[in-house]
Every structure is written in C-alpha cells, then in structure tokens.
Design a protein around this ligand. Structure first.
Ligand code: FAD
Length: 344
C-alpha cells in the first residue's frame, strides 16, 4: 500500500487550494481526482452557462485569473485556468482516480481505497463537491412518464426542449437560469415546493455564511443553497419574468404518462420534465467513518469534523462557493499542521 501524510480527495477549486498550501508547507501528500482532466465540476457544467452568467469565479491561490471572455462557456474557460494553475504549481495529482471508501485502520491511520489501489494516510482533506450527487426527487407515477426527464446534471442547452411543453422543477439559481433559457424555445410551467423568495437590495454574504456555519457547528444537516441565499433579480430572472415564465405553481402531486397532476387536482399535459432540484455533498465514500449523526448532519469545527481531527471537509457547508473553497483549503491545512501533522 502507498503512503502519504495527507490524501486530498477531489481536484476542483477546494482540492487545488488545499494542495497549494500543503505544498507550500512541505507536506508529503497526493491529490486523487475522479475527473479525467483539470476543472472539477466546471468540466461538466451545461454548455450555455457562460462566463457572463456564472456568479463569479474566485482566483486560485497566488494565481490571478487571466481576463476571461464573457461569451465563452464556463466549462471551457474555467478548466483551462485550473490546468494552467496546476502546471504552474506543480501539484501531485492523480487522474482519473475515484476514491471508493475511506476506512479507519487499527493503528490510528486511515486507508483510502480507490480503483487504482489504496493509500495509507494520517489525514484526509475531502473536496469532492456536490456535482456527482444530484438530488432526484421521486413522485408517484414517475416511472410511467412517456416523455423526457433530465436533471440539471445532464442538461446541455435549451435546444433539447425546443417546441415541447416542459415542467421545470426547482427554486434555485440553476432552475431560474434554465427556465429562462427553455422558455425562449418551449412552453414552460415552473414548479417549486415553497414560494420562491426574491430578495431586493444587496446580498448579505456574511450573514448567509454565518447561518450555514451555525447549522454545521450544531451538526444540523444543511439545506439547499437557495434556502440560505434567497433569489436575486439577476438579468436572466428579470428576462424570465418579462416573458411570463416566472409564474410559479405549487409542486405537482403525481406524474402520469403524458403530464402532471397539479396540486389542485387538475391535469397539465407535458412532454418533458427538467429536475433542477440541486445537489448534495458527495460523501458516500466516507460512509465507513460513520461521520453522520442521527439527524443526518455532520458536526463541524471550522473545516474539521468535530469528532475526528483527521478528517476535513472543504467545499462543504459554508465553503460551497469558489471563494469559500479557496479559504477552506488554507484553513484545513493550517488546522492539520497544528493538530495532526505536528512533526512535518
Ligand atoms: P468540484 O468543482 O465539484 O470538484 C470536486 C472534484 O472532486 C471533481 O473533480 C470530482 O470529479 C472529484 N470527485 C468527486 N468524487 C470523488 C471521489 N469519490 N474520488 C475522487 N474524486 C472525486 N460558485 C461560485 O463561487 N461562483 C459561481 O458562479 C458558481 N456557479 C455554480 C453553478 C452551478 C451549476 C453549481 C452546481 C455550483 C456553482 N457554484 C459557484 C458553486 C461552486 O461550483 C462550488 O462551490 C465550487 O466550485 C466547488 O468546488 P469544489 O472543489 O468544492 O468541487
């Protein structure tokens, strides 16, 4: 079995930030990334998500972004930037290596298992994001639906829905972006469980992050991103409103072969359903560590799992953004040096 003082799992923004700081401190480490190439989840973003329509990409540590063309798909521009960073920083990243399990060993170390062998390590920094764990709700009759069903994870562009009657489900940023695009070429109906809240005025980033921190420090499972942030009147939200596409309907109760049963019992014919229902932290491989409490949450202190100083989760909870991921990478390394790697 190979050995490394620290194994970083995942090579997106969070994993790269951690790797940069580990290298700077001379720690023996390896990054295992399931993706075939640099870019993290940006490699898989839908084609029409342009640099102009992302919320903003924070710089990787010590490596300012070059000017990016607003019209370029983010799935091309961001991976190119990450690849340049990796080359410049000379980081030890193995790809594609998917970690299948992390187990505690009797001697107090951890064993990281993958399809390409196992590593023995003193600590892990988990940076596996959310993209590989889409939330796919189930509704009665769903298996009888004769039309097309897609999740945001598999959405490419609105052209897939041209001319169809499309139910778009979900109340987050991706749902609004995709609803706006699809409503240009198709007839849409928009379904959410809760009444969407559009926020007027400025975005209180600090207040939002404080709420997420309070949840993870108490060991509560975190909610969806939009449950903390509410929705902003972005240009695409305004465009959707103008087109009449933001008429929200309460969530349908069942799916039938050719449509959906509305909350009021009426029937709406649809040819396609887009599940823009978000993502959750991809942590299945950490199952053998039994990190979750009886409520399904993981109690955290900063980036570290409260019950296990060997395990850090970054790009998780309050650090689920490019700026948060960056800072969390540095914080995880600083904490590990203080608590676990005291004689590096
Ligand atoms: P990721 O980029 O998801 O990287 C995780 C990496 O881990 C991937 O390479 C994956 O292949 C790998 N991996 C997963 N499982 C395993 C495994 N078992 N073994 C090994 N490797 C594994 N944030 C912003 O700040 N600005 C934005 O504009 C913005 N837009 C967004 C748009 C969408 C549609 C979504 C879903 C999120 C967006 N976010 C945005 C949030 C932001 O993308 C993330 O918080 C940040 O980029 C995530 O970085 P990460 O490193 O945590 O995860």
């Amino acid at each position: 079995m190979r050995e490394a003082a620290v194994v970083v799992i995942g090579g997106g923004q969070a994993g790269l930030s951690a790797a940069y700081h580990l290298k700077r401190h001379g720690v023996d480490f390896v990054v295992l990334d399931a993706a075939p190439a640099p870019g993290g989840a940006w490699l898989d973003r839908w084609e029409s998500l342009r640099i102009a329509t992302v919320n903003g990409i924070f710089d990787l540590p010590g490596f300012p972004k070059p000017p990016l063309d607003p019209a370029e798909p983010s799935r091309v521009a961001v991976p190119r930037y990450f690849a340049d960073f990796e080359r410049a920083a000379g980081l030890p990243i193995l790809r594609p290596v998917r970690v299948t399990a992390v187990r505690p060993a009797p001697d107090g170390t951890l064993v990281v298992e993958s399809g390409h062998g196992a590593w023995s390590t003193r600590a892990i920094i988990n940076a596996t994001g959310t993209w590989t764990n889409p939330v796919r709700p189930r509704y009665p009759g769903q298996e009888t639906f004769a039309g097309l069903q897609l999740h945001t994870h598999d959405y490419v562009s609105a052209e897939q829905f041209a001319g169809l009657r499309v139910a778009v489900v979900g109340g987050g940023i991706s749902a609004i972006q995709q609803l706006e695009e699809i409503s240009r070429v198709a007839t849409t109906s928009w379904y959410t469980r809760r009444e969407p809240v559009f926020r007027d005025g400025v975005f209180d980033g600090t207040g939002i992050i404080a709420k997420v921190i309070a949840d993870v420090e108490a060991g509560r499972p975190t909610g969806s991103v939009v449950s903390y942030t509410d929705l902003a009147w972005t240009p695409y939200a305004l465009a959707a409103k103008e087109r009449g596409a933001l008429e929200r309907r309460p969530m349908f109760t069942a799916i039938e072969p050719h449509g959906v049963r509305e909350a009021d019992g009426s029937f709406t014919a649809v040819d396609a359903i887009l599940w823009a229902t978000g993502f959750k932290a991809a942590l299945a491989h950490l199952g053998p560590l039994h990190l979750r409490n009886e409520h399904g949450g993981i109690r955290m202190i900063g980036t570290r799992v409260a019950a296990d100083p060997r395990v850090h989760l970054i790009g998780f909870g309050p650090s689920q953004s490019t700026v948060g991921a960056n800072r969390a990478g540095r914080q995880a390394v600083t904490t590990l040096l203080r608590e676990v790697l005291t004689h590096v």
